[in-house]
Design a protein around this ligand. Sequence first.
Ligand code: TEU
Ligand code: CA
Length: 561
Amino acid sequence: AEKKTWWKEAVVYQIYPRSFSDSNGDGIGDLKGITAHLPYLKKLGVDVIWLSPIYRSPNDDNGYDISDYRNIMTDFGTMEDFDEMLSTAHSLGLRIVMDLVVNHTSDEHPWFVESRKSKDNPYRDFYIWKDPKGGKEPNNWGSCFSGSAWQFDEATGQYYLHCFSKKQPDLNWENPKVRDEVFDMMNWWCGEKGIDGFRMDVISMISKVQSFPDGKVTDGLYGDLSPYVCNGPRVHEYLKEMNRRVLSQHDIMTVGEAAGVTIDEAKKYASSSGDELNMVFEFEHVDLKGKPIVGKWSTGRCSLKELRAVLNKWQLELEGSAWNSLFWDNHDQPRAVSRFGNDSPQYRVVSAKMLATCLHMMKGTPYIYQGEEIGMTNMHFSSLKDCRDIEEINAWKQYVEDTNIVSPETMLSCFDAYGRDNARTPMQWDDSENAGFTTGTPWLAVNPNYREINCRAALADPDSIFYYYQKLIRLRHENPVIVYGVFEPLLEDSDSIYAYRRHLDGRTVTVACNWTDQTQPCSLFDAFGKNPVGAQELISNYSSHKAGALQPYEARVLLEE
Ligand code: TEU
Ligand code: CA
C-alpha cells in the first residue's frame, strides 16, 4: 500500500504575486495583498500555497532572475511583510511553498557581478564561461527566450551560458561551492524562516553535458540545447546531495519543475524511496499544441485522444513507484478553460467545472492556478505594446522583426493562444475599476471580462465554479480513494469522453467527462440509474442527467462501496 503523507493529501494553490493583489496602489501585487486574501483561500479549502518568486530581483523575467536569495523583492514589500504573511497563513492552517530558482541567478547577483570581473576571481567558476570558437559563440545553442544561449562579455573576452535571458546566467553546479551556497540558503528558508517547501524552477536543467556539443537546428536559426541540459549526467547525484543536506532535515514538500522529463526520469526524481523530490511537474500534456508554427508557438489545440493518452500513461506508469502532480495551467501556460474547455458565455462555467472534475479525481497532488477557480479566461492581445512577457517580446523580435519568419498577425494569434501573459493578467476580485486588483494603473492590463468574471460574483452564486472547486477539494479530503486509489482507464478510444475509475479497499469511484459541446452517448452510469443502492453521486456539474448520455461538457462522479 501507498505510504501516507500530508503532501499526497494536499491541494495546492499557485499565486503569481505580481498579479494577485496590490495593497498600495503602485499597480503591482504584493505580500500585504496576499495576506489580506488568505481567508479567501482558506474558504476555498486548499492546504498549500505555492508562491512564484518573491526574492529581490531586477525583474527581467518577473522574479525568475534573483539578485538576492535572502531578501524580498522591493515591489512586493519587506521581510516583515513576509513574516506576517507566513504567520497568518500558518495560523489559518495554510502552508507556504516558495519558488526556488537555482538553475540561474540574475546577472545583478553579487556572485555574477564578481564572476564577470576577471578570470581568476573566486566567483569565476560559479557560472559557465567558455572561450569563443572561431571568433563566435562556443556552440549553436539557442536560448529558451530566443537568440543565442551565449553572451559575450568584453571584460574577459569569454562567453557565459544563459539558457533563459541574458540577464539569467546559468549557475555552474559542477562547482561544490555553488552547491554549498544554495543548500545553506535553502536551510535558512526552511529552518530560520519556517517555510513549508519548494517548487524548484527548471531543476531538471542544473547539470549540463560538459562537452557542450552543437544541438539540432529546428527553427532554422539555433540548435536545440535540451538534450544537453535537461536531465543531465549529474542531476540525480545533485538532488540526492540536496536531499541529504537539506530536504530530509525538514518537514517540507518539494515539486521539481522538470522540463523534458520522461516517465523513467520522473521515477528517479520523484521516487517513492524519497531520496530526491516528492513529485515533478511533467510537461508532456501541456506541450501538445496542435500544428506548430515556429519554436514553441502555435495556434492549435490537441485532440482529446492525444491528451488522454499522455495523462493516462503518467497515471498508470507512476503507480506504486512515484507520485504525480496534476495541473492544467500555471503562470507559463494559457488559461485552462480557454485552452482545454470552452470560454464562450454559454459553456464557460460548465466546461470549467468539467475540467476541474477530470483533473481533481485523478491520482496525484492537484495544483490550482490563481483565477482558475473562477474560470478566468485568456486575454486578447491586439498589439505587442500590450504584452509584458520577455518570452513574447523576444520571440517577436526574433521571428517578426529580425527574420520575418512569422507575420505580425500570426505572431499575435500565437500570443492569444499560448502567450504567458494570458495567465498573468491581474486577478479579478470584483467588478470595480481594475477588478479590485489595484487602485492605480495595473502593470499588465486587466481582462475586460472582469465585470462578469470575478470572485465577488462567484462567492455570491452557490452554483459558481468557486464552490464547485471547494466541493472537489472537500471530497478529496474526505475520501481516501480519491487520494490513494489505483487508476483504471476507461473508454480509451472515445473522441469525446474522458472516463476512468479509481479503486481502493473495495471502494470504486467512476468519473466520466464529456469534452464536447454536444450530447454524447455514454452507458457507464446506466446500471446505477436502475439500481442506485450502494452507489452515491459525489459531484456533477449538471443537476439532472439523461439516461445513456452525457450532456454538453457534463461531468459525473459516482462512488460505489
Ligand atoms: O519555466 C521553465 C520553462 O521551461 C519555460 O521555458 C517554459 O517552458 C516556458 O515558459 C513556456 O513557454 C520556468 C518558469 O516557470 C518560467 O516562468 C521562467 O521564465 C523560467 O523557468 C526561467 O526561470
Ligand atoms: Ca503594490
